[in-house]
Design a protein around this ligand. Structure first.
Ligand SMILES: [Zn+2]
Length: 285
C-alpha cells in the first residue's frame, strides 16, 4: 500500500504491505512451490540460528539505532555468500549501504525529479524476541520484515528475523537490497505523485533499488554474484502465485519484481517514476 497512507490508515495488513515482504494474512492457500521454498528455508535455519546467537553474544540489547560515524570504511560491498558470520562486519556493511544510498539520492532525486533531497531521519533495527521495534502510526513493528515509516520518516528492520537471515542465506547484497527498497519508499514520500495501486508502489521501490544498484556497480563496488543476491532477495519476498495484483498487500511476483529492479538498473530513477504499470504488472499472475 502507499507508504504515506500507512501512517494514517492503520491497518496491520496495510502496514505489512509497506514492508519488504508481502503480508501473509490474506488466507491465500500456499502453493507447492511456496512449500518447497519454505522447506528450503527451514533447511538452513540452523545456520541462521547460529548467526543470530553469535549476534546476541557480540552485542547485547534488543534494539538500537544504526549510526554512520563509527564504522571504518570497507573497500567493497562484499558479495560472496557468507560462510562465517561476523556481527561487526554485518553492521559495517549495512552502514556502508546506508551511506551510499544517502549519497546517491542526494544527487539523483534533484537531478531526476527536481525535488529537494533530505534523508530519512533515523535507521533502527529491532529484535522482536527481546524488545518490540519502533511502532509506526500506532501499529507495532512487524516481525520478519522491514519497513519505511512516513510518520517519523524512518527505516526499521527486524534484525534477527529478517536482515541477518537474508545476509547469511542470500548474501550481503540481498540485505543491501532490502535497505535500498525501503529507502526507495522514503524517496517516494518526497515525490509529488503517488501510485494508487499497492503493487506499483512496491515495484517502484524495487525499481529505485535497481537504480541505486547501477550506481554502486558503476563505482566498481559490486562483485560477481551481487546482482544475483538482489534477485534472490526479491524471489524470497515474492507474492504467492495467484495473488491478485489488486491485493493491497501485493508486492509483485518474482518475475515482476525482477523486471522492475532491472528497469531501474537499466534506466535510472526516471524509468521508475511514474510507474509504468502496464509494462510491470503481468495479468496472468
Ligand atoms: Zn515495500
Amino acid at each position: 500500500m502507499i507508504a504515506r497512507t500507512c501512517a494514517a490508515v492503520l491497518s496491520l495488513v496495510l502496514l505489512s504491505g509497506c514492508g519488504f515482504l508481502p503480508g501473509d494474512s490474506d488466507g491465500t492457500p500456499r502453493s507447492r512451490l511456496a512449500d518447497a521454498v519454505a522447506d528450503a528455508r527451514a533447511a538452513v535455519e540452523a545456520q541462521v540460528q547460529q548467526a543470530v546467537e553469535d549476534a546476541r553474544k557480540q552485542q547485547e540489547g534488543g534494539s538500537g539505532d544504526i549510526g554512520s560515524s563509527r564504522a571504518p570504511r570497507v573497500d567493497a560491498i562484499r558479495t560472496d555468500t557468507n560462510t562465517r558470520f561476523d556481527y561487526d562486519e554485518y553492521t559495517q556493511t549495512l552502514e556502508q549501504v546506508l551511506r551510499s544510498l544517502q549519497e546517491y539520492w542526494k544527487t539523483a532525486l534533484p537531478a531526476s525529479f527536481d525535488v529537494a533531497y533530505n534523508g530519512p531521519k533515523r535507521y533502527a533495527y529491532y529484535r522482536p524476541e527481546q524488545q518490540a521495534g519502533p511502532s509506526c502510526g500506532g501499529q507495532p513493528a512487524p516481525r520478519k520484515n522491514a519497513f519505511y515509516c512516513p510518520d517519523g520518516d524512518f527505516l526499521a528492520w527486524d534484525e534477527t528475523g529478517l536482515m541477518i537471515p537474508y545476509y547469511v542465506q542470500a548474501g550481503d547484497f540481498a540485505a543491501a537490497f532490502v535497505l535500498a527498497h525501503e529507502f526507495g519508499h522514503a524517496m517516494q514520500a518526497r515525490l509529488p505523485q503517488r501510485e494508487k495501486l499497492g503493487v506499483l508502489v512496491e515495484l517502484q521501490a524495487d525499481c529505485f533499488a535497481g537504480a541505486w544498484s547501477r550506481h554502486v556497480q558503476d563505482q566498481g563496488l559490486l562483485q560477481a554474484g551481487d546482482l544475483d543476491e538482489a534477485t534472490l532477495a526479491v524471489f524470497s519476498a515474492r507474492d504467492v502465485p495467484g495473488t491478485e495484483f489488486t491485493d493491497p498487500a501485493a508486492h509483485g511476483s518474482g518475475f515482476e519484481r525482477t523486471r522492475a529492479f532491472t528497469d531501474g538498473y537499466e534506466g535510472g530513477p526516471k524509468a521508475c517514476y511514474p510507474a509504468p504499470g502496464e509494462e510491470w504488472v503481468v495479468r496472468s499472475r
